[in-house]
Design a protein around this ligand. Structure first.
Ligand code: NAP
Length: 305
């Protein structure tokens, strides 16, 4: 199948690129393997996206972006992309069902939650270990939880989990949180939240379900058990760049290096959103990337004609 532009990823960056590309009349297809909205869709409430005095639900914002893109005629395929090949001025985008020949690609595949890589984590995934408070929080009414991490995600989700849980212990490897001061203060003020400072989890234990997490004090190296019913892991993200390994320049952490126009080191291949090297990974910067990437891709395609 022939198209002008393929957008890979239907989060805020990809959907915004789709809105701009569709309005520019580019023959575009967007591929999304899960639900639209990416990580934003699994955030209960987004409080710092401008224009919403009381914040906006992540799922609601995502559905609105998707609806807006469709209104301008964007074709969205709910399919996983399995490979990208470069081919004389074009790219081939391979899904499990079809092969698309396109002039340009915007990779907006985002980032995935990082795992702890400790004993018991895989075994209890779905049985007390979770990476999504919005998805699983309601299963833990009146329960005791641990949230691992000290960044914005960990603190925001710990706050959300206090809606259900009786107690939430934030486990952080340092004595100071990384999260923004506003979130830090909200967590400190919340009577259901306490902290295990200078601690890292080393094992998750249980029988059918999680029952205990073993924490190591990084200063003394001593370990102790914490009885919990659930463990929510928020220790950062890894960029989803498997499709472009070897095709584009990556930074030391595996994020795609672009210029201000979202161009990667390969002409015709653009990147937008959390997948690229940048200072701030939020919805507001993802949508800006998406808009710029679409305009750049349009210029590139026009220049090829
Ligand atoms: P992050 O900012 O990279 O924070 C990851 C946290 O996990 C850090 O506190 C880190 O500790 C800790 N950590 C990393 N590896 C660990 C390990 N192996 N064991 C134990 N702890 C570990 O990631 P994030 O919170 O997912 O946020 C990602 C991006 O999204 C950030 O730019 C963030 O600002 C943004 N975000 C923004 C909002 C918002 O604005 N409301 C909400 C969510 C996310 P150290 O602090 O010691 O490094």
């Amino acid at each position: 199948m022939e198209k002008e532009l393929a957008i890979i990823g239907g989060g805020p960056a990809g959907l915004t690129a789709g809105i701009y590309a569709a309005r520019a009349d580019l023959k575009t297809v967007l591929f999304e393997v899960g639900m639209p909205g990416g990580l934003a869709a699994s955030t209960e409430i987004i409080e710092n996206y401008p224009g919403f005095t009381e914040g906006v639900g992540g799922p609601e914002l995502s559905m609105n972006m998707e609806g807006q893109a469709r209104r301008f005629g964007l074709e969205i395929q709910y399919a996983g992309v399995e490979g990208i090949k470069k081919e004389k001025g074009n790219f081939l985008v391979l899904t499990d069902e079809e092969e698309y020949r396109v002039r340009a690609i915007i990779l907006a595949a985002g980032a995935r939650p990082r795992m702890l890589q400790i004993k018991g984590e895989k075994e209890f995934h779905g049985r007390g270990v979770s990476y999504c408070a919005t998805c699983d929080g309601a299963f833990f009414r009146e329960k005791t939880l641990a949230v691992i991490g000290g960044g914005d995600s960990a603190i925001e989700e710990a706050l959300f989990l206090t809606k259900f849980a009786e107690k939430v212990t934030i486990v952080h490897r340092r004595g100071e949180l990384r999260a923004t001061k506003y979130l830090q203060q909200k967590a400190m003020d919340n009577p259901k939240i306490d902290f295990a400072w200078h601690s890292v989890p080393v094992e998750i234990k249980g029988e059918d379900l999680v029952r205990e997490i073993i924490l190591k004090d990084v200063r003394s190296e001593s370990t102790k058990g914490l009885l919990v019913d659930g463990v929510f892991v928020y220790v950062g993200h890894s960029p989803s760049t498997e499709l472009v390994k070897g095709l584009v320049e990556l930074d030391g952490q595996g994020y795609i290096v672009t210029d201000e126009e979202m161009r990667t080191s390969t002409p015709g291949l653009f990147a937008a959103g959390d997948v690229r090297k940048k200072l701030l990974r939020q919805v507001v910067t993802a949508v800006a990337d998406g808009a710029i990437a679409a305009v750049s891709a349009e210029k590139y395609i026009e220049g090829q004609k």
